[in-house]
Design a protein. Structure first.
Length: 113
């Protein structure tokens, strides 16, 4: 069995508000975790992203947090530590309706190297 490598995954969620507002913001934390290979790491990043999706009410409006994309997936090598970096929220540059369906499984993650 090979030594697992550590992967850096930048995850992007869309924060969508029911009604006219639609896409409110992008939330983009970074997760660091071990994995056997890139494909397994991509599946783990998707799992992390889907696990943190959610829905809540603000007054009479529904607000959804939906996984939009794995932005970056990078092999960091065989490092012994795990940590997460929160990159905060970003204002969207485009309008998306509340009903918008993201397709994170269909987008290939980028690389920062």
């Amino acid at each position: 069995m090979s030594t697992p490598h550590w992967y850096y995954a930048q995850v992007r969620w869309g924060i969508l508000v029911e009604g006219k507002e639609g896409l409110r913001a992008w939330q983009e934390p970074v997760h660091i975790f071990p994995s056997e290979n890139r494909e397994a790491a991509f599946q783990r990043a998707l799992q992390i992203g889907h696990e943190q999706e959610g829905l809540h009410k603000e007054g009479r409006q529904l607000v959804a947090k939906r996984l939009a994309q794995i932005v970056v997936l990078e092999n960091l090598g065989a490092y012994p530590h795990s940590f997460q970096i929160d990159l905060g929220m970003k204002k969207p540059k485009e309008h998306l309706p509340y009903e918008h369906i993201f397709n994170p499984e269909g987008a290939e993650p980028g690389s920062f190297f």
